[in-house]
Ligand binder design. Structure first.
Ligand SMILES: *[C@@H]1O[C@H](CO)[C@@H](O)[C@H](O)[C@H]1NC(C)=O
Length: 187
């Protein structure tokens, strides 16, 4: 838990990392969208509504949360911003163990927001870099069963084709310490 929190803090100075997603269309004009990570473990936490204002003022149309914080999601309601929510590593065991657990996770953290003027949840990140080598495999066996349970739970509420499940790639897949250096560890 502490280690997870610490990682989050590193990741989190509120709008720390920018992910640029650029799409091309057949017309020679590039269509682009900007997404950011919104971490909430911070010494100077901004009010969720302030963060959403900042996102909108800067025309940022996609955001990733590291959990499913109700205050953040509340602030995103009606914003039109596409959202990725996250399952913290510490919840993987519970979600892998029963569909009752994944059903209630989906009910509490996804389906209740999916309505007109709600939150446009598009992705669920299952775990936060759960295969990171420093975790020594402790989350490994939970990832697949948690994915399957969540997929079933999404299907039950007819959201399986709209909300996609992803597993965040571990940063130690990079050989270099900076992703922008672009070297992958080939081992
Ligand atoms: C929903 O997500 C929040 C934040 O990650 C978590 O604390 C809560 O336990 C989740 N709800 C359920 C029913 O699992």
């Amino acid at each position: 838990m502490l280690q997870g929190r610490f990682r989050l803090r590193i990741l989190s100075a509120v709008l720390l990392s920018l992910i640029v997603i650029v799409g091309w269309s057949s017309v020679p004009v590039a269509e682009s969208a900007l997404g950011v990570n919104w971490g909430t473990v911070s010494f100077h936490k901004l009010k969720p509504s302030t963060v959403v204002d900042l996102l909108q003022d800067n025309k940022i149309s996609k955001v990733k949360l590291f959990d499913a914080d109700p205050d953040s999601l509340q602030a995103l309601m009606g914003s039109g911003i596409q959202v990725m929510i996250g399952v913290p590593n510490e919840m993987l065991a519970a979600l892998s163990s029963s569909t009752a657990a994944s059903d209630s996770w989906v009910r509490q953290n996804v389906s209740r927001y999916m309505r007109k003027n709600g939150v446009d949840i598009r992705y669920i990140a299952v775990g936060n870099e759960p295969f990171l080598s420093s975790y020594s495999g402790q989350f490994q066996s939970y990832v697949m069963p948690a994915l399957l349970n969540l997929q079933q739970s999404l299907a039950k509420v007819n959201l399986a084709s709209y909300v996609k499940l992803v597993v965040p790639c571990n940063a130690d897949a990079y050989e270099s310490s900076l992703p922008s250096q672009g070297h992958f560890d080939l081992n």
